[in-house]
Design a binder for this molecule. Structure first.
Ligand SMILES: Cc1cc2nc3c(=O)[nH]c(=O)nc-3n(C[C@H](O)[C@H](O)[C@H](O)COP(=O)(O)O)c2cc1C
Ligand code: SF4
Ligand code: SF4
Length: 409
């Protein structure tokens, strides 16, 4: 049996599948469902200080590119977006919820993580003190990534703090001084250089990073000319995965602070991919929102199944495994050049590949695609569009490649 346990900043997780800070952990009732579903850890919904945020902005949701399939009610389209806003609770409302969740989490060996979001440095400190003194959480996550405060208020709320290395570091330094448990900095993608923020919060004492919270987006219904949800809202979905993976890997390349992946993971294979990029565990929000808590057990089984199939005994065997294979742009010339090759048995001359070749390297002659080796630059595009898998890539000749790459204006 594959061992799914992982130790992060001294805290033992029975598995790497976590519920993130979001509606599925919005109170003890929901948190218990995540615990019962088998999560290795749960991050409770963020606590904040502004009572306005307990009722507004309306927690409206718009599913974008959501194809309805009445015959398959649980069908989840690959490219959908979860476009939404949400509310948070104040400490007086939420600390009792955290306390009540404590026992259920302990009994199920599930790591309990509190989450806070201040507006000023003082708020961050008082929130961390409250969580630390009143609840036995295993870790505390600082939500430096909430995209909403930029639309209404706050000096250092959510991403307003997380997008500037100095401010983010100051938040973490102050929270760290007031916490007896490991401190997690949840980062925002809405910053120029997430690696710079990661380095700054690490120096300030962050024990763990969560990479990453969501973007704010904008969507219009062109039939009515009206914005969806009446304005800006948070946006995410499975299509976010490659963006998140890039930042996880960029940070993993330069520092060893443990990372929790968040944003775009939907299933067990995504979990493995996040971990190969460097994440030690993966948080789920949208997957639970659209598929229900049952998805947690499925994800755990999928990870286990993958590991057994590949012969991995533990997570450490593949965490960060892809990092050493990343070629920096300047190393690309070390890679072999490629050339397209057509299997005449499979090609029916449909010409689908011709329209995809922007180097004019394919001609159809007597219902067969013919590649011009003097023009083909080995871009691999035709290989993927061919409906009959008639094209494969073989090693090319560098001199020919360089010649083919000369401008032909
Ligand atoms: C409706 C909603 C509410 C959220 N609330 C919080 C929150 O209170 N604190 C936080 O750190 N992240 C919050 N998030 C962000 C999620 O925790 C998560 O980082 C994000 O949705 C990306 O992960 P996913 O692709 O698994 O959804 C929220 C997300 C959604 C959709
Ligand atoms: S797309 Fe494939 S089958 Fe069609 S012409 Fe090109 S190689 Fe032949
Ligand atoms: S690999 Fe690229 S350049 Fe070569 S034939 Fe195919 S599409 Fe054209």
């Amino acid at each position: 049996m594959a061992d799914l346990s992982v130790k992060i900043a001294g805290v033992d997780f029975k598995n790497p599948v976590l519920a993130s800070s979001c509606p599925p952990t919005k109170d003890v009732r929901h948190a218990k469902k995540a615990i019962k579903a088998g999560c290795g850890g749960i991050v409770m919904k963020s606590i904040t200080v502004d009572p306005w945020f307990t009722k507004y902005p309306y927690p409206w949701v718009k599913l974008l590119n959501w194809e309805r399939r009445p015959e398959e009610p649980r069908y989840t389209p690959d490219g959908f977006s979860f476009y939404s806003r949400g509310v948070m609770y104040t400490p007086d409302q939420f600390i009792p919820q955290l306390k009540e969740t404590e026992k259920a989490a302990k009994e199920a060996d599930c790591v309990l993580i509190g989450s806070i979001m201040g507006y000023t440095f003082e708020d961050w400190v008082s929130l961390s003190q409250m969580v630390d003194s009143e609840v036995e959480t295993d870790m505390i996550e600082c939500n430096l990534g909430c995209p909403h405060p930029q639309e209404w208020t706050g000096e250092t709320g959510g991403k307003l703090a997380g997008s500037t290395p100095k401010v983010a570091a100051e938040v973490i330094r102050r929270v760290k001084e007031n916490s007896s448990v490991p401190v997690i900095a949840k980062l925002t993608p809405e910053t120029g250089d997430m690696v710079a923020v990661a380095k700054a919060v690490k120096e300030a004492g962050a024990d763990v990073l969560t990479v990453m919270n969501r973007f704010l987006g904008f969507k219009i219904d062109i039939e009515t000319g009206q914005p969806e949800l009446s304005g800006f809202a948070g946006i995410g979905g499975p299509w976010m995965k490659p963006l998140t993976l890039r930042w996880i890997s960029k940070i993993t390349q330069v520092m060893d602070t443990p990372i929790l992946g968040s944003n775009g993971a939907m299933d067990g294979r995504d979990t493995v991919e996040f971990m190969m990029a460097g994440a030690k565990a993966v948080q789920f929000c949208t997957a639970i929102l659209v598929d229900g808590y049952g998805v947690v057990g499925r994800i755990i089984k999928e990870v286990e199944g993958f590991m057994e199939e590949k012969g991995y005994g533990s997570l450490d065997e593949y965490i960060g495994a892809a990092i050493k294979h990343i070629h920096e742009y300047k190393q690309i010339p070390e890679l072999p050049v490629l050339l397209a090759s057509v299997d005449a048995e499979r090609c029916d001359g449909c010409a689908r590949c011709v329209g995809s070749c922007f180097y004019d390297a394919i001609n159809i002659v007597e219902k067969l695609a013919i590649i011009d080796p003097e023009s083909c630059v080995g871009c691999k595009y035709c290989e993927q569009v061919c409906p009959h898998e008639a094209i494969t890539m073989v090693e090319g000749v560098r001199e020919k490649y360089l010649k083919a790459m000369e401008p032909k204006f």
